[in-house]
Design a protein around this ligand. Structure first.
Ligand code: ADP
Ligand code: ZN
Ligand code: ZN
Length: 830
């Protein structure tokens, strides 16, 4: 609160954002003792519901008590300086409204859980309890245990009485007033502490040090330690450096004796101390990288700047390998020099690797990195680094839009076409590109979108003059775009020249590539060994019990797995229906290609990169560095390998299953296929030697493939945009997808019809599609029905339409019949 408005006489209330999916903020009473200190954006602890204690954010401060309930007191104020800036609060509200979710859901993804306090229920004996006659034998035993522990958490208690007994017993003991439950609150963030050692003050100075060494002649081990210390910190010359000390670990690893070290500490010669250190290390980057733009890059950079003088948003359409990163670097430098902040968004995978290393060499420790594989503690450190002004520039994945930057001069959204910018589950189902644009505009920043295959939406904005458009059609250096060739699978099958799923053309090229010691990438956008296990006798197919999909055969883990619900089961030895042992796999995923490659080219080093091989924190990096250093000949992977990776020695890319991508039943299928094929192809020939891309297909005449072959983005765009216009799809409309879910098919279906009808009444037939069974009819035992609404951008008040939609969903939930049906709303579904 500001001093001039604050009065000690007044009772204040705060509306807080709770980290739960409820539509409104909740009002709490501000206790007098911190009324003067509480500010918007600060974290507070409040009780919500009967036993929950949660971290909430102050959204508003006022003097009006709530009308419908008695306001509870705020329990604790966590920040004197607000954690969340006004600009962030504005963004949370914008996201909640635009994506039709609750602000608490936004806060939940926005604030790293390391900044929330956790509360844990604990139990203790009730000191006033005096009816032991009420207790059962087991309960007496448990209370004895509790007595010796002062207090226990649920988990502790389970260890003593077992998980199945715990709840009834606790309930009974609470009912008898024998125990009390309470909430223990603690901060989750833990700073990283380094243990250090330094010489005691009295030994600082050259004479003192020499005397000390002399005095240790009889204890050579101790003397060695002191000499080692002096090597790191020459106290005799640089006295003040002693203060910094050295990591204790340098003495505790290797040959030094622990007992000698302890003696030195006990004797008061060395002293131990602790400091808080950064989790990102203090590694000094290799020599800073100076980048000289090529003429084409410089021209593009200038053109971008010029566009920015008239427009806020520019789309950079640069072919793969044109060096978009270098252009970004140039612009980032300019903006940082001007004193503003920069946010650079990248899709997940691109970020784990090469670009970060390159950027670090340019920007050093001014740059913060925000990655989804970071621990909570690491996230908190980036957050604090921004607030404390250490990071002027952050490169991060989609959730980096939630960081507390409030002086942005430039927002870069690289690979802007990437669908991974959209959060699918849980809410908020936001699109980080679109939110990034809002965020930038709000702060008066310029926004640069970059891609070799811009989304139809963004390119349309550029075509119609809303965004500036800058194009680079030349690869960096000598590199050229690869030759792309279609391989006719039908013809090869007829001629019986296929080897497993490999055409002879691809097979021969791989062989030649291996002989030339060049690298190959094989792309198949499906993981696992094969998508079906099938009985040759009765035609049984492995299916998930909970979802309407087949179970994928995973050879490495020898199990069948559902890619929708995660269900796993053992591979049956015989058909569960007819008992026949004649089981075979149908179709192929990355595991099978890997296996086939190893069998066909037995000396080749083959590595696979997909979700299954990259679950651990450093797995991507390891696979990618191994490949970069030439330790792998053939890399087999899913779409992961298409994302912004830059390899020197790849001269061949083989693409499987292009047809499946193109014919996927979705209005974006063509767009996705074009992007994916072009991006994967773009991994080839990024250095001097021209690369080759082989796309295996059953129909070499497909128009889309023809455009991929000649890298005709404009041709593909022109066709696609006219389709979108005739069928009222984005960018001409906004699409909101609504999914209704229930365990009983009939209930889900009826609710879907009810809702669709209500929507139809007001919005009309052309705007409401469905309901229809979802592409996967059942997931996790729930039946799914989809409604899609398409709202024209120019003719309709979309905000009002969303309010109407929300009202209708609420109305649905108020009917007795449909109230249990889940409704998921996805605005701008991708
Ligand atoms: P894009 O993102 O457009 O596909 P990159 O930015 O990854 O392309 O650049 C492709 C390769 O060319 C990278 O290895 C990059 O280091 C190199 N490169 C591009 N421009 C320059 C430059 N001006 N100076 C040095 N290397 C460059
Ligand atoms: Zn069978
Ligand atoms: Zn399943």
């Amino acid at each position: 609160m500001t001093e001039d408005t604050f009065s000690t006489e007044t009772t204040y209330f705060a509306d807080v954002i709770l980290p739960v999916p409820i539509p409104r903020m909740f009002t709490y009473r501000v206790p007098r003792h911190f009324a003067a200190d509480i500010k918007i954006g600060a974290r507070v602890i409040v009780q919500f519901g009967r036993n929950r204690v949660v971290t909430a954010l102050v959204g508003k401060i006022h003097t009006k008590p709530p009308e419908k309930y008695q306001a509870k007191y705020i329990l604790e104020l966590l920040d004197i300086d607000p954690l969340v800036t006004p600009s962030q609060l504005w963004l949370f509200e914008w996201i909640a409204e635009y994506y039709m979710c609750c602000i608490g859901e936004v806060m939940n993804v926005a604030v790293p859980s390391g900044l929330k306090v956790s509360s844990q229920s604990r139990m203790q004996l009730n000191p006033d309890f005096d009816h032991p006659e009420l207790l059962e034998e087991k309960e007496i035993e448990f209370l004895e245990i509790l007595k010796t522990h002062t207090s226990l958490t649920y988990d502790d208690a389970i260890k003593f009485v077992g998980a199945t007994n715990i709840n009834p017993m606790i309930k009974s003991l609470i009912g008898k007033h024998a125990i009390i439950m309470y909430e223990e609150v603690k901060e989750k963030y833990k700073p990283k502490i380094a243990k250090k050692l330094r010489l005691k003050r009295v030994y600082e100075g050259s004479e003192e040090v020499f005397n000390l060494i002399d005095s240790l002649t009889k204890s050579p081990k101790q003397q060695t330690i002191i000499m080692e210390y002096l090597k790191n910190i020459p106290v005799n010359e640089l006295r003040e450096r002693n203060n910094l000390g050295v990591d204790k670990s340098i003495f505790t690893q290797g040959e030094t004796s622990d007992s000698a070290l302890s003696t030195l500490i006990d004797k008061g010669i060395l002293e131990q101390f602790e400091v808080i250190v950064s989790r990102f290390g203090d590694e000094v980057p290799e020599e800073p990288l100076k980048i000289t733009l090529t003429d084409a890059q410089q021209a593009a950079s200038d053109e971008i700047m010029q566009n920015f003088s008239e427009r806020d948003i520019v789309l950079l359409h640069g072919i793969t390998g044109s060096g978009k990163t270098e252009i970004y670097i140039d612009l980032i430098q300019k903006v940082l020099d001007g004193g503003s902040q920069v946010l650079y968004l990248l899709p997940e995978i691109a970020l784990t690797t090469q670009i970060v290393v390159r950027l670090k060499r340019v920007f050093g420790d001014k740059m913060g990195v925000y990655h989804s594989k970071f621990s909570d503690n690491e996230r908190v450190e980036v957050w604090r680094g921004i607030v404390e002004g250490r990071y002027q520039f952050v490169v991060g994945v989609r959730s980096a839009i939630f960081l507390p930057m409030d002086n942005l001069g430039l927002v870069i959204i690289d690979e802007e076409h990437e669908t991974s910018y959209k959060q699918f589950d849980p809410a908020p189902r936001y699109h980080a590109r679109d939110v990034g644009i809002m965020l930038g505009l709000k702060q008066g920043a310029k926004i640069l979108l970059g891609s070799a295959t811009p989304s139809i939406e963004s390119y349309y904005q550029a075509q119609t003059g809303k965004y500036g458009l800058v194009t680079i059609n030349k690869r960096y250096g000598e590199a050229q775009l690869p030759d792309i060739t279609l391989v006719d699978l039908k013809a090869e099958r007829k001629a019986k020249t296929m080897k497993n799923d490999f055409s002879s053309v691809l097979y021969n090229q791989i062989q030649q590539n291996l002989a030339n010691k060049e690298q190959t990438i094989i792309f198949q956008n499906r993981r696992g060994y094969s998508p079906y296990l099938n009985c040759q006798e009765c035609n049984w197919v492995s299916e998930c019990q909970q979802c309407a999909v087949s179970l994928t055969y995973h050879m490495h883990s020898t199990e069948l797995r559902c890619h929708y619900c995660g269900h796993k089961e053992e591979i049956p030895k015989a058909c569960p229906v007819c008992g026949s042992g004649k089981l075979r796999t149908i179709g192929f995923g990355t595991e099978k290609l890997e296996e086939d490659l190893k069998a066909m080219f037995d000396t080749a080093r083959v590595t696979r990169m997909d979700l299954d091989t990259t679950r651990t924190k450093n797995a991507y990096q390891n696979i990618i560095s191994e490949f970069e250093q030439g330790g792998t000949d053939i890399l087999v992977g899913t779409q992961m390998i298409s994302k912004g990776l830059d390899f020197d020695q790849v001269s061949l890319v083989g693409i499987f299953d292009a047809d499946r991508m193109i014919h996927f039943p979705d209005f974006r299928a063509a767009e996705r296929a074009f992007q994916m094929l072009t991006q994967v192809s773009g991994r080839a020939g990024r250095r001097a030697k021209k690369g080759l891309v082989l796309i295996q297909t059953n129909d070499t005449q497909q128009a889309l493939l023809q455009k991929v072959v000649v890298n005709d983005y404009i041709g593909y765009y022109t066709h696609e945009i006219s389709e979108r216009e005739s069928y009222f799809y984005p960018p001409f409309t906004r699409v909101i997808s609504i999914t209704l879910k229930h365990e009983e098919q009939e209930k889900a279906e009826k609710a879907a019809h009810w809702l669709a009808e209500k929507l139809l009444e007001k919005l009309g037939k052309a705007r409401v599609l469905g309901p229809e069974k979802s592409l996967i009819e059942r997931i996790r035992n729930k039946f799914l029905f989809d409604i899609m609404i398409k709202l024209e951008k120019d003719k309709l008040n979309i905000k009002a339409a969303k309010v109407f939609l929300r009202e209708m969903i609420d109305a649905l939930h108020q009917t007795k019949e449909h109230k249990e049906v889940d409704v998921v709303v996805d605005v701008d579904a991708v």
